[in-house]
Design a protein around this ligand. Structure first.
Ligand SMILES: *Cc1c(COP(=O)(O)O)cnc(C)c1O
Length: 447
């Protein structure tokens, strides 16, 4: 085992070092090499070291350089050194933190990390929390708690009796709500299409005065951090309206919620803490390895009612039992990485990470604008939308940027225009990476 793990550490370290000189996107040759994986299930065993070497030889060149310094696609953070190392150790531990008796360390790490997260994100200290795979499942988990609470207030037990015959729930979301929120609503039986959509402004922010009237069981879905522009819905105004009508407010803050941890950007989340539930990703801006999402619910009992599981063989001790708060029973010990990331950064380091990334986003916008590109959004956070002309030309430039390999950025559509999206989300990105990437983008745009 020791030889194998040392070999793995060696291979992984070499992989990360090589990322600096490699094209961010895998080469055509590396992708063609994946054909070697296409073999029938082997009859005979293979020594673990050889398995690992094959994985590295075929797999490493075919990876996207997401762990590197110049990957700006989607909203994808790198892994902090302490978080990656904790992930390895937690893998060796092989803990199942569904129950305290199953993994004392796994459950205590979650409990401690939950307290720190609520503190640094400026949310109520007694929120219930769930450590899940990502913001999609965090949205699902929090909205399940919402569904429970608004129907319980109407005298309906949705967990026991389901939605057949239940009082209808008014569900409201902005036109720019993330598709994962819509998917979560579908999975919860609240429908992908029956919700009321609220128009948005040019940055994708909900127009609060265009909210439909709320009465009876109602859930309003807000967004903190639009996946294209980085903009925030006007939370204070919407929470006040929703509160007055007794509605539940849920916030999808997959990456935007982290703005709360920076004194410089906390103004963006003004009013967000007035909501009832929140979803965020640790694998995005906290820079822990995939997969890692978080759901927080003000009324911990509502979360527990939606997620509880009972069986004689699943003892409930005097501790917080994680499986009473998550869709899953068995899970990996995500608390280890989150705890390690927070412990290694501290309050100051986390704020610096957020502020550095946002500063780089502004720098990208400034240099690209100087280079003659159109910036389509107000760069308030870490997202930049760039146009190089009409849709066809913008797509062409994006393809050239990706082929060049200095950095990686993807395409998007923003209010009828095609754009290249830059998301600065990694601790590893440095000033020189922004300069190098801008030069590569402007080269691609000059052709
Ligand atoms: C990324 C993202 C999601 C989905 O998160 P996953 O971790 O991919 O499930 C939801 N909402 C927003 C705003 C996002 O940026």
């Amino acid at each position: 085992m020791r030889t194998l793990l040392n070999l793995t550490a060696e291979i992984a370290a070499r992989y990360l070092e090589n990322l600096e000189d490699r094209s961010v996107a895998p080469s055509a040759e590396a992708l063609a090499g994946l054909a070697e994986l296409d073999e029938p299930f082997p009859k005979q065993p293979m020594e673990a070291g050889c398995v690992l070497e094959a994985l590295d030889r075929i797999g490493s060149p075919a990876t996207m350089g997401m762990a590197g310094r110049r990957y700006f696609g989607f909203v994808i953070g790198g892994s902090l050194p302490a978080a990656l190392a904790a992930n390895w150790l937690a893998g060796a531990w092989d803990q199942c933190p569904g129950l305290f008796v199953a993994s004392p360390i796994g459950t205590v790490l979650e409990e401690v990390a939950l307290g720190w997260l609520l503190d640094v994100l400026n949310l109520p200290a007694d929120c219930g929390g769930a450590f899940v795979t990502g913001a999609t499942v965090a949205n699902f988990t929090a909205l399940a708690a919402a569904r429970h609470a608004v129907l319980a207030r109407a005298g309906w037990d949705v967990e026991a009796d389901g939605l057949f015959g239940a009082p209808p729930i008014t569900v409201v979301a902005g036109d720019e709500a993330h598709p994962s929120v819509i998917k979560a609503l579908g999975m919860l039986g609240m429908g992908r299409s029956r919700l009321a959509r609220v128009p948005v402004d040019g940055q994708g922010r909900m127009l609060a005065h265009q909210m439909p009237p709320l009465s009876g069981p109602a859930i309003v879905c807000l967004q903190a951090g639009n996946v294209n522009t980085g903009s925030f819905d006007p939370a204070a105004e919407i929470c006040a309206r929703a509160r007055a009508a007794g509605a539940w407010v849920h916030v999808d803050g997959a990456f935007g919620l982290w703005a709360a941890s920076s004194p410089k950007y906390a103004h963006l989340v003004a009013g967000v803490a007035d909501a009832d539930s929140w979803a965020t990703d640790a694998h995005k801006w906290l820079n822990v390895p995939y997969d890692s999402g978080l759901a927080f619910v003000r009324d911990a009992a509502a979360l527990k009612s939606a997620m509880s599981v009972t069986a004689a063989y699943l003892p409930q001790g005097g501790h917080r039992e994680p499986s009473q708060y998550t869709p899953e029973l068995s899970r990996r010990a995500r608390g280890a990485e989150i705890w390690a990331a927070l412990k290694s950064l501290g309050r100051v380091g986390l704020a610096e990470l957020i502020e550095r990334n946002c500063g780089f986003a502004r720098r990208f916008a400034e240099l690209l604008r100087q280079g003659g590109c159109d910036i389509l959004n107000d760069v308030v956070l870490n997202q930049v939308l760039v146009s190089f002309g009409d849709a066809a030309r913008t797509r062409q430039v994006i393809e050239r940027v990706q082929r060049d390999g200095t950095c990686w950025c993807g395409p998007t559509e923003w209010q009828g225009r095609t754009a290249m999206r830059i998301s600065v989300s990694s601790w590893a990105t440095r000033n020189e990476d922004v300069e190098r990437s801008v030069a590569a983008i402007l080269r691609a745009a000059a052709v």
